[in-house]
Design a protein around this ligand. Structure first.
Ligand code: NDP
Length: 493
């Protein structure tokens, strides 16, 4: 409101994007009051042309999302396991950006659908950006990147009528038994978090840490919500989708705006390097967890999100997370999904945002960049001479001391084969444990209702039968309950 203390600010004159003052915000330049419009109205042409190009392609996956800025703080001594600079001292804080999202839905879709949630983090460390691009589940549907595009297509839209089709989902899942663990988790109440603040985040993949003495450890990241895990039932989620499609986006923004900054505790599972070879599960298989009793969770830090973006497009839509961004002391593991993602994320950013996406303020590191990469569309800060390496003019030089940790490869023949199986590797064991030993009676009832609701939503009888067989392999009693519910035989409960 304008008053004596706060007079209305005098508006500046509108300009073109070249800073040239515009003569009218209302009328196009015409030959006489009735036109025609003249092509020389550069201000009008620029407005129309710019508007036509406002959208960058939405992400093929994780299109609908939101995020916030904050910090990560080290709360314990991490140096026995990792020499990463940002983990170097208790109390050390690193600025971060977080983005949460659904996976299969389009940009304008409802937040409260049953889907895994993306949990992507960018740590702006003093030694370069570290990105941890996880989900709200510790596992995934598949273990080989060869199947990723097909998996996502099965979650998206049909070729003929452009509709989503649960038949495609169950077809893919039942033909891909490695999906059983993630589908079980997805169909529990955790498949629809109440808000982004009320879900855990997991790095999901196994990563390699190295300490200053050169000792190596396989690790998994678990971000535990301090707000507590809370979920929506199917019915509540549907009601919320009708009431507010942007419920999760709004909740995060409003919480932070009123000073209620959400927090997560970072707990690590840490496996001595040599345990991996004989561990009962393949520790690099993304469809498996490491049971907590084998590798307990060790708290090392906390993450706080306390600053909303001021400009969604600039800071969230154009944010580019890439698992390939790893900093000194942290390396990948033989997890095939992770190795595939090291390529696919930067590749999609080059396509979606442009080759120089890392120059945008939200993606730019705090650490100085001394690279020989140059030119390309929209480049605005080309590196100086010399433009090549090696050179005798004092240009940047690489240093082997900064190599990320790796492992020795027992190379067999080049072949397209599955992982070598470990003693207890099978696709249905861990989801069976989840069903029998972790879920409460109420959770199990909801699991059955959620699965049956999904299977009754347009899924053909023969596909339903395949799904019953799939769930029977997870647990015979679970399979029987689903069969009975599909048959309408409530007595079997
Ligand atoms: P634990 O009993 O030590 O851990 C079970 C974990 O399951 C909990 O810590 C919790 O993970 C998660 N959980 C609890 N309630 C639910 C629920 N209603 N829906 C889904 N997940 C829930 O057993 P194990 O470590 O031996 O794991 C047993 C099974 O639990 C696994 O096969 C896997 O399916 C599931 N699980 C295991 C996790 C792990 O990293 N070991 C992580 C998540 C699930 P959290 O503390 O992360 O919330």
């Amino acid at each position: 409101m304008a008053n004596k203390k706060n007079p209305v600010k005098k508006s500046p004159i509108t300009t073109t994007d070249a800073g040239i003052a515009a003569a009218s915000d209302e009328n196009s330049l015409t030959a006489g009051p009735n036109g025609p419009i003249l092509l020389q109205d550069h201000y009008l042409i620029q407005k129309m042309a710019q508007f036509n190009r406002e959208r960058v392609p939405e992400r093929v996956v994780h299109a609908k999302g939101g995020g916030a800025h904050g910090f990560f703080e080290v709360t314990e001594d991490v140096t026995p396991w990792c020499k990463a600079n940002f983990l170097g001292k208790k109390g050390l804080r690193t600025p971060i950006l977080a983005r949460f999202s659904t996976v299969a839905q389009e940009a304008g879709s409802a937040d409260t659908v049953r889907d895994p949630r993306g949990f992507a983090l960018k740590f702006y460390t003093q030694e370069g950006n570290y990105d941890l691009v996880g989900n709200n589940t510790p596992i995934f549907f598949i273990r080989d990147p060869q199947k990723f595009q097909d998996f996502i297509h099965s979650q998206k839209r049909r070729a003929d009528n452009h509709l989503r089709d649960n038949n495609m989902q169950w077809d893919f899942w039942t033909l891909s038994p490695e999906s059983a663990h993630q589908v079980t988790l997805l169909m529990t109440d955790r498949g629809i978090p109440r808000t982004w603040r009320h879900m855990n985040g997991y790095g999901s993949h196994t990563f390699l840490w190295e300490n200053a003495g050169g000792e190596k450890f396989w690790v998994k990241y678990h971000f535990k919500t301090v707000q507590g895990v809370e979920n929506f039932t199917d019915a509540d989620a549907r009601a919320m989708a009708a009431e507010d499609k942007d419920f999760h986006l709004r909740d995060l923004y409003n919480s932070i705006a009123k000073g209620d900054a959400p927090q997560w505790r970072l707990e690590m599972q840490i496996m001595p390097f040599n345990d991996a070879a004989d561990y009962r599960f393949n520790p690099f298989d993304l469809t498996k967890v490491w049971p907590h009793k084998d590798y307990p969770q060790i708290p090392i830090g906390r993450m706080v999100l306390d600053r909303n973006p001021e400009n969604y497009f600039a800071e969230i839509e154009q944010a580019s997370f890439e698992p390939a961004n790893m900093v000194r002391g942290i390396g990948p593991s033989p997890d095939k999904m992770l190795l595939g993602r090291l390529f696919s994320y930067p590749d999609t950013h080059r396509h979606r945002i442009g080759t120089n996406y890392l120059e945008l303020p939200v993606n730019r590191p705090l650490a100085p960049v001394h690279s020989y990469n140059r030119d390309g569309a929209m480049r605005h800060s080309n590196p100086p001479d010399p433009v090549y390496a090696p050179n005798s003019f004092g240009g940047p030089k690489a240093d082997p001391a900064w190599e990320l940790p790796g492992w020795q490869i027992e190379a067999g023949e080049i072949a397209r084969t599955a992982y070598v199986k470990h003693a207890q590797d099978d696709d249905f064991g861990q989801p069976g444990t989840l069903y029998r030993e972790v879920l409460s009676a109420t959770d199990r009832n909801h699991l059955v209702t959620n699965i049956v609701g999904h299977l009754k939503d347009g899924v053909k009888p023969e596909m339903q039968q395949r799904a019953v067989q799939y769930w029977t392999k997870v647990d015979a009693a679970l399979g029987a309950r689903i069969r009975a519910a599909l048959d309408g035989n409530r007595a079997a409960r």
